[in-house]
Design a protein around this ligand. Structure first.
Ligand code: MN
Length: 233
């Protein structure tokens, strides 16, 4: 029996791969909270040394790098958060940190766009963060770089320029939880699958954008991420 869809199925988002004609099909986007001590401190929090914590963005919030997008609705305090993104192309369930890197395809640059005012209200009312984190164009992602091309994760620099001024500047060794630790921990709660992305948290220096902002960020060894905003008309 043929199955006729009521309306066309939404296309799954895809990301380009640096140096390849292949595209990476995106499945889920996991995000790590408070993974740089200096950022946790600027937000008035301490890093939880017991375990990392997560929130998710729908894959359909993906905005490919290079676009001009509208300033998000219903916020007066939308923030940039520059992040190192890990892309998986193998299954990982209950994986040890020693084996976790076997699931990694490669890495990329991403911006976790955050309606900070709505996130703050949610925190205050002990409500979920979704409305502050999971909205249209909230995951701005650049092309991926295969892990062999990137090399070992070490002290690569991670930075973001807002309208040409450097606002975030750290290195990957500042992460509280390493990439294998994050994958191992996350794989206890989810069966990680090919296409899953992990945004690994932001360094200090987050701040508000305005409706005419331009952002450009880079993790050394990856493809830069860029976005500009257009005022709502
Ligand atoms: Mn973030």
């Amino acid at each position: 029996m043929s199955q006729t869809l009521l309306f066309p199925a939404p296309e799954n988002p895809i990301l380009p791969i640096d140096g390849s004609d292949l595209w990476f099909p995106v499945r889920r986007i996991f995000c790590v909270g408070r993974n740089y001590a200096a950022h946790a401190a600027e937000m008035g929090n301490e890093v939880d040394r017991e375990a990392p914590f997560y929130f998710n963005k729908s894959a359909h919030t993906l905005c490919p790098s290079g676009r001009a997008i509208p300033y998000p609705t219903e916020t007066q305090d939308c923030h940039y958060e520059m992040e190192f993104v890990v892309a998986l192309d193998k299954e990982a369930a209950q994986v040890s940190k020693e084996k976790a890197m076997g699931a990694v395809f490669g890495y990329g640059c991403g911006i976790d766009l955050t309606r900070r005012d709505l996130q703050g209200q949610a925190k205050e009312k002990r409500r979920p963060w979704d409305i502050g984190k999971d909205f249209e164009n909230a995951a701005i992602l650049a092309a991926l770089t295969p892990k062999a091309q990137f090399g070992e994760i070490g002290a690569q620099r991670i930075w973001l320029d807002h309208n040409g001024a450097r606002v975030q500047d750290a290195d990957l060794s500042d992460m509280v939880w390493s990439v294998p630790e994050i994958i191992a921990h996350l794989s206890r709660f989810y069966t990680l699958l090919p296409g899953d992305l992990i945004m690994t948290g932001t360094p200090a220096g987050v701040g508000p954008i305005s409706p005419d902002s331009k952002l450009e960020g880079l993790v050394d060894g990856c493809v830069p991420v860029q976005v500009s905003f257009t005022p709502l008309t």
